[in-house]
Design a protein. Structure first.
Lengths: 572, 84
């Protein structure tokens, strides 16, 4: 079969914010190297950075230790790699300076917002065209980019990654990318449940797993937001004005036992709210409504200046994002509301944010020549601990984390590439990957991959499966995932877009299997991992990371103790 | 599913809508130099295509009745799980 062969010193998979940060940093670190980014989307629009609030959180100089202690005790629940957390905390200011040199404009840099009620965590802003600015800079300094190409697998030679395999969404032509080092920066797994936050399909996690890379903390992919049922969009500020049929606000209702309360902490951890909403409905007090007449967030200072709920004050104006969010909010209000009743039904919508690709402090995966940055490895690096990315309700850590880890991965990948030769590519491996990728075109009476993804959504959304777990329910969910796995050879596709959908479907099934297997293994409650049958944190048996690896096609679990004796902050 | 309408008379062929669509919903007809809503079933109503169009030639009509999974409860039967 004819296929394109592309050679580059450093290959960056994904040109979202972390991928572009990695590519720019690589080129800056080693201008003599060829740096190439590849993505399904176009430069300037890939990834999630231009679809959120544009919040850039940072830790002010001198506040690192206060932040690390707070984060470890209240968010990460002692599952943090405290050394990595310290590296992050001590570098956010420096990262911002480097980021700014790439042509990015910051809003409120001189007078940042307070982003947390307890710790000195600050936030400033970027506009939604941040990715366009970064894309222009990348091009200017010589970073090459290829668009509309999906990377489905990594190419290996023994334990070393020597490139990647992909396909054009437009032509179906396949590509072999030969690279001295590869940075995976193509996002985490959101299971396609929430609409706009459905961009991350887990393709990189799945490719890395298949190639033999270690996976860590897969059980923490259950981030949720409160969303209005009428339009399936997040409704900010709603947790303060929820009301169930008994007239209670279930987000502050206190019928969990004390042991569970000590686990879930205070202002940051939103997993508690999803469980309280679930309990309220379970007890016959549903549905739950947002009393929009009582929601003070829209129009408030943070509402209008941080989340575009109203026109921003001039110093904080971000015209690109304002237009984007105005469109969405206005459409939702004008078109989705069925009546004028201020009570709007809400549910906890699972965003997931599963990000379990293991990396060390230098963003090296367990495979030689393979590095990672951004959302794909946020939990895999363990800096955030027992909380999905972004960490709990502390908004604004996604962007800065993406840029921060991109710069580190770039340094490691360029250092490696400078001293490495191209590895040889196995024709047989490429042939197998091509046949596997294209085989759904030959299936006539097969299954639409979207139907299987729908089944996976139905496992990842119910709070009983992913928010408030139990042995019985987790096993039930895992069994059903494995049933879906049996269907993967029956998936059909009509064209390259469909073949990409098949690959995404496989990634959904694989990531769901990881989630439920790791969740079954952790027989305790910690951070966002909440077990109805093991309500207490168990430091004696579970102060350890759960790792997953592919052993000859079998998903195999193992554990590694958190080196808590070496860390400054220990459970009290 | 969502519907994406393009007003070809207003469109100037700048490709911004095509480039902004990160889910490959919109394709480009090189012959006519106009966008095509090729895979509307994958549209997640980010509205980017509409927002970036300087000519107001794009209209994303959102289907607010798309199915959403059961939010709270585990399904105990296959029939329940298969419901759409």
């Amino acid at each position: 079969m004819s296929r394109h062969i592309i050679e580059t010193d450093v290959l960056v998979v994904g040109h979202g914010i972390s991928g572009l940060s990695a590519a720019i940093s690589s080129k800056e670190d080693a201008p003599e190297l060829n740096v190439l980014t590849v993505d399904k989307s176009f430069v300037g629009y890939a990834g999630k950075a231009n679809k959120g609030g544009g919040h850039v959180s940072f830790i002010p100089d001198g506040a690192s230790e206060q932040y690390i202690e707070y984060h470890t005790r209240n968010l990460g629940d002692y599952l943090n790699d405290q050394d990595m957390l310290r590296k992050y905390a001590e570098n956010t200011r420096k990262v911002i300076d480097r980021w700014e040199s790439w042509g990015v404009n910051f809003v409120a840099k001189e007078k940042p917002f307070d982003s947390h009620p307890i710790i000195p965590w600050k936030v400033m802003l970027v506009d939604g065209d941040v990715m366009i600015q970064m894309g222009k800079h990348a091009k200017k300094i010589g970073v090459k980019s290829m668009e509309k190409i999906t990377i489905t697998d990594l190419l290996t030679n023994g334990d070393r990654v020597v490139g990647a395999f992909g396909m054009s969404l437009l032509t179906g032509k396949t590509y072999v990318f030969k690279a001295k080092s590869v940075i995976l920066a193509n996002g985490n797994q959101d299971f396609s449940i929430m609409r706009m936050w459905a961009s991350a399909k887990g393709d990189g996690i799945a490719a890395a797993y298949r190639a033999g890379a270690k996976i860590r903390n897969a059980e923490f992919g259950s981030f949720f937001n409160i969303m209005q049922v009428e339009n399936n969009q997040v409704t900010y500020g709603s947790e303060d004005c929820l009301v169930n049929s008994a007239g209670e606000n279930p987000s502050t209702r206190g019928d969990l036992d004390e042991s569970l309360r000590t686990v879930v902490g205070g202002v940051d951890l939103g997993s508690m709210d999803s469980i309280l909403m679930y309990m309220s409905v379970r007890d016959g007090k549903g549905p739950i409504y947002e009393n929009t007449a009582e929601n003070k967030f829209p129009g408030s200072f943070p509402g209008r200046n941080l989340m575009f709920l109203g026109q921003a004050d001039p110093p904080f104006a971000r015209p690109y994002s304002q237009k984007f969010w105005d469109k969405l909010w206005n459409k939702n209000k004008a078109e989705s509301y069925k009546d004028d009743n201020p009570l709007k039904e809400v549910i906890p919508g699972v965003v997931a944010e599963q990000s379990p690709l293991y990396v060390d402090h230098h963003m090296r995966t367990s495979l030689e020549g393979l590095f990672a940055s951004g959302d794909i490895c946020a939990n895999g690096s363990s800096w955030s601990g027992a909380v999905p990315t972004p960490p709990g309700r502390n908004r604004g850590s996604g962007l800065i984390h993406g840029v921060f880890t991109g710069t580190i991965a770039a340094k490691s990948a360029t250092d490696y590439a400078k001293n490495a030769e191209f590895g040889s590519i196995s024709d047989e491996q490429v042939e197998i990957l091509e046949n596997t990728l294209k085989s759904p075109l030959n299936v006539e009476e097969g299954i639409n991959p979207r139907d299987v993804i729908w089944e996976i959504k139905n496992l990842m959304q119910p709070i009983e499966y992913t928010g408030y777990k139990s042995e019985k329910r987790l096993q039930e969910a895992l069994d059903y995932v494995l049933e879906q796995k049996e269907k993967l050879n029956l998936l059909k596709a009509d064209d390259p877009h469909g073949l990409s959908a098949v690959n995404e479907c496989k990634s959904h099934v694989l990531c769901a299997e990881m989630f439920f297997r790791a969740s079954l293994e952790r027989k305790e409650s910690r951070g966002w991992h909440m077990r109805e049958d093991y309500k207490e944190r168990d430091d004696k048996n579970y102060l350890k990371w759960i790792d997953i690896s592919n052993q000859n096609g079998e998903m195999t679990l193992s554990t590694e103790n958190v080196p808590i004796d070496n860390y400054k902050y220990k459970p009290e | 599913m969502n519907t994406i309408k393009f007003d070809d008379s207003k469109c100037i062929g700048c490709k911004k809508c095509y480039r902004s669509c990160w889910l490959d919903v919109i394709r480009w007809n090189e012959e006519k130099k106009r966008p095509i809503a090729a895979y509307p079933e994958d549209c997640v109503e980010c509205n980017f295509c509409e927002v970036v169009c300087d000519q107001n030639a794009v209209d994303v009509i959102i289907d607010y009745n798309k199915p959403f999974p059961e939010p709270y409860f585990a399904h105990s039967t296959k029939e329940e799980r298969g419901l759409k």
